[in-house]
Design a protein around this ligand. Structure first.
Ligand SMILES: Cc1cc2nc3c(=O)[nH]c(=O)nc-3n(C[C@H](O)[C@H](O)[C@H](O)COP(=O)(O)OP(=O)(O)OC[C@H]3O[C@@H](n4cnc5c(N)ncnc54)[C@H](O)[C@@H]3O)c2cc1C
Length: 451
């Protein structure tokens, strides 16, 4: 085994989203690991399961698919995140100089497509996952940030950039009233989808298992420790339960990708994040109907908030409490422990402190957890054929935004796998931003920049 192997650690802490485990959480379709298959998917998060879904929906579905998962079903970042899909105004504004107007338009259109895809799949498959199409507030409490986004937006709006058309600024004189955020200096809304990602993924798998009992085999608690290519070009996947041959492989391993694909070392880096679930003891009315990203001071990562239909709220971020302690989060794939109790004090009275109307809610922290993201130097995921390989594809490195990129990325990967094709062959059909394409050149550039 590779000495630097990054594998999901055993016994991850639980999260709010995992509070209702699916009956398939420890599914093994067969007692023994199959000896071979047409397509092996490594990873059972949003990326792995939506890829399987689209593979089976392709006009030429594979004859056999095996999903290999190191731990319980969907126990990685997909079960530990903020549960919303959106692209922040700050992201769009910051990319204008790098991607140009067309690039930013392409990015926003892609995320809009992802939101539509989540809704479509949830409705088609009758997934009970609290999916709602909402608006999301980006709120700035810093005057400089507020002014800078406004300026970029104004210039781009005047120039007719399409991405500005679905961004709306809250009226400056009613900011606190409209957002409920104390001290808000600016606020914008963008489209978003809120959902319970674990329920979306596990119920989608349940539908596939029922529909394709002969073709689909799921093996949980089966870590892949090595992948090699045999002389005849077939892949050999080594696990503690034996070796399986696969004609094709999809790496849906996000933060852990470099553990199996050394070319992604230092390119997809595991990064630990923190989130919480806060419950008011006294009902708060009216119900918060938007999701939020709140930036308290310039240059600081935003907190993200997703009000649940029952009146509670998932709140994540808190980076200001731990970012100075780099080993506690960077290159850290340990989601079996939480941050220190000192760091976690951040969540105490959070809602009472930040939101108007919550002062007398007696809101309490019900749960705090950690989760592992796959961070990339340029901030974008890697999607496409694995550089240097013929029958392997990857979709990973989603940073803090997999819910906004994966559903269509997975559809595109399914098409590449079915057609034995490359990113460039499907890019236009799926409207995927070209910055998401993985390639030897991109890896080399990123590697040089990290040195
Ligand atoms: C705290 C937190 C908050 C976030 N908030 C948001 C948000 O609000 N919106 C948003 O869009 N995104 C958010 N994200 C990011 C988002 O959760 C991820 O981008 C997304 O879930 C990635 O999905 P995935 O399927 O690629 O990875 P995962 O869900 O991590 O799935 C990868 C799976 O692969 C398995 N695996 C890995 N290696 C192996 C191996 N060698 N053998 C077998 N199995 C293996 C893992 O066990 C895991 O189950 C957040 C992430 C965190 C941690």
């Amino acid at each position: 085994m590779n000495m630097e192997q990054i594998l999901p650690v055993p016994s991850p802490v639980s999260s709010y989203w995992l509070s209702q485990p699916h009956k398939f959480s420890d599914l093994r379709s067969t007692a023994e690991l199959p000896t071979q298959c047409e397509v092996a998917i490594i990873g059972s998060g949003m990326a792995g399961i939506t890829t399987a879904y689209h593979l089976f929906h392709h006009e030429q579905p594979p004859s056999s698919v095996v999903i290999l998962e190191a731990r319980e079903l969907c126990s990685g970042a997909t079960a530990r995140n903020g549960g919303h899909s959106k692209v922040k105004l700050s992201t769009l504004a910051s990319q204008v100089s790098k991607l140009g107007p067309n690039g930013v338009d392409e990015l926003q259109k892609f995320v809009q497509g992802v939101i539509a895809s989540l809704k479509q799949v949830a409705e088609d498959e009758e997934l009970d996952c609290e999916l709602e199409i909402r608006r999301s507030f980006d709120v700035q409490l810093d005057d400089e940030d507020a002014a800078s986004f406004k300026d970029t937006y104004q210039v781009c709006r005047d120039a007719g950039h399409t991405w500005t058309k679905d961004v709306s600024f809250a009226l400056p004189r009613y900011l606190e009233q409209v957002t409920s955020i104390k001290g808000a200096k600016a606020a914008e809304t963008v489209p978003c989808c809120s959902l319970w990602p674990y329920k979306f993924v596990t119920q989608l798998l349940e539908r596939l298992v029922a529909r394709y009992p002969e073709q689909l085999n799921v093996q949980t608690t089966t870590p892949v420790v090595e992948v090699s290519v045999l002389a005849d070009g077939i892949n050999a996947i080594t696990t503690p339960r034996g070796v399986m041959k696969a004609e094709k492989i999809v790496f849906a391993t996000n933060a852990y990708t470099a553990g199996l694909l050394p070319q992604f070392k230092d390119i997809i880096v595991p990064v630990r994040g923190m989130a919480s679930h806060i419950v008011p003891q006294v009902p708060v009315h009216p119900h918060l109907s938007h999701t939020y990203n709140i930036t308290f001071s310039s240059g600081q990562a935003a907190d993200y908030l997703n009000p649940r239909p029952d009146g509670s709220i998932v709140v994540g971020g808190g980076g200001s409490m731990f970012k100075s302690d780099r080993p506690s989060w960077f290159n850290n794939s340990d989601d079996s422990t939480r941050f220190s109790s000192e760091v976690e004090t951040y969540w105490e009275n959070y809602m009472q402190r930040v939101f108007l109307g919550w002062e007398n809610s007696e809101a309490e922290v019900e749960k705090v957890w950690t989760g592992i993201m796959g961070s990339t130097p340029d901030g974008w995921p890697h999607i496409g054929r694995v550089p240097g390989q013929k029958r392997q594809w990857v979709l990973a490195g989603f940073n803090g935004g997999g819910m906004s990129f994966i559903p269509i990325g997975a559809k595109a990967v399914a098409k590449m796998v079915a057609g034995d094709s490359d990113f460039v062959d499907v890019k236009d059909e799926f409207g995927i931003p070209k910055i998401f394409a993985t390639s030897t050149e991109r890896l080399q550039k990123a590697f040089a920049e990290t040195k």
